[in-house]
Design a protein around this ligand. Structure first.
Ligand SMILES: C[S@@+](CC[C@H](N)C(=O)[O-])C[C@H]1O[C@@H](n2cnc3c(N)ncnc32)[C@H](O)[C@@H]1O
Length: 338
């Protein structure tokens, strides 16, 4: 099955040859060939749903990648029932929204709200080669391309996310946007190639957040920009919350630093010009149950008596966005890191 997945990434691998990522071509090709059997028994079901989606119409499709709901095609251009059935077989849709041929995918997260907060502070995306770590189904990648990014590579270990991206790109047919089933830890080290590296909503899932920062730095070219978004708590430099058990019902949350601690971690790991550009509590407007992600969502993870706390009594989710630069010198100034 993995072999049958590889053809989805063949154009990416081929296209690397004449790009700033040329030195990634051979190791990536080998890595994709050696992908272990996926630990996801649902993959055959996801691929069957992908296969069952209507074929793209012959005529060129209008796509609006700059809209809050990333949009492609218009109603009536494909069989609406077949399309909806295929897309619903790929539920839950956590990231979005999307609009395919008039079918509105109202995802759990209004990712457009985060993008609106982050975009005004970024270096212009025009011509940039971007890595989006923990990209989900690649929603933000479309918005980056709309800003003129040259190429976006997303990585995410969730096969559902990878297949959702393939479903969207079946219709957008963009040759320079891929979502690979990889973690940052297994990415070829020391690529030093991406102009911008995003890590949004991933750091708190890592048991070793400083290693995560080091891996992000290694992916960036000297002078490149890191965009880091993660859960934080109030507090002075040095403070971090390490929840004993769950945090907002998530059982894989390790470190929630204060903003000064997070900035310190970035500087310690060799980043410069570290700036916190946004601090926003997550609200049920941004993360909620929808028809495309039934079950529970943020409102169920908060204390019903006091929504400033999670169910477990921790401070409710507050997210910081940090922008920082990899220094041009490429060498860490004061720390010897093996
Ligand atoms: C909370 S979601 C954030 C998605 C998106 N970046 C956003 O900000 O909306 C975290 C994502 O990171 C992915 N992820 C978890 N661990 C990862 C790792 N080690 N490397 C890359 N992605 C990872 C998960 O599969 C998930 O899709």
């Amino acid at each position: 099955m993995i072999n049958s997945m590889q053809h989805f990434f063949a154009d990416l691998v081929q296209g690397l040859a004449d790009s700033p990522l040329a030195h990634w071509q051979v190791p990536l090709e080998q890595q994709l060939q050696q992908l272990a059997t996926p630990n996801d028994g649902n993959l055959p079901r996801f691929l069957a749903a992908l296969d069952a989606l209507p074929s793209p119409p012959e005529q060129p499709l209008r796509a609006d990648l700059d809209a809050p709901a990333v949009t492609v095609g218009a109603a009536g251009q494909v069989d609406a029932e077949l399309l909806k059935a295929g897309l619903r077989a790929l539920m839950p849709w956590r990231k979005g929204p999307f609009n395919l041929f008039g079918c509105q995918i109202d995802s759990e997260w209004r990712c457009d709200l985060k993008w609106e907060r982050v975009l005004p502070h970024l270096a212009p995306m025009h011509g940039r080669t971007v890595l989006d770590v923990g990209c989900g189904n690649g929603y933000y990648g479309w918005r980056m391309l709309a800003q003129g990014a040259r190429q976006v590579v997303g990585i995410d270990p969730s096969w559902l996310s990878v297949v959702q991206h393939l479903a969207i790109n079946r219709y957008v047919r963009h040759a320079r946007h891929h979502v690979l089933p990889l973690t940052l830890e297994t990415l070829t080290p020391d690529l030093e190639a991406f102009d911008t590296v995003f890590s949004m909503g991933v750091l708190y899932h890592r048991r070793s957040p400083l290693d995560h920062l080091e891996e992000l730095r290694q992916a960036l070219r000297p002078g490149g920009e890191l965009v880091l978004e993660t859960l934080v708590v109030d507090g002075p430099e040095g403070h971090a919350l390490v929840p004993q058990g769950r945090y907002a019902r998530m059982n894989n949350v390790w470190f929630l630093p204060s903003v000064p601690t997070l900035e310190l971690w970035c500087r310690k790991m060799g980043f410069e010009e570290v700036r916190c550009l946004d601090l926003t509590p997550t609200t049920p407007e941004e993360q909620r149950v929808t028809d495309w992600k039934p079950g529970q969502s943020l409102a169920d993870y908060l204390d019903p008596e006091d929504p400033t706390l999670t169910r477990e009594g921790h401070p409710a989710p507050l997210r910081a966005t940090i922008v920082a630069q990899r220094p041009h010198s490429g060498r860490l100034q004061r720390y010897h890191l093996e």
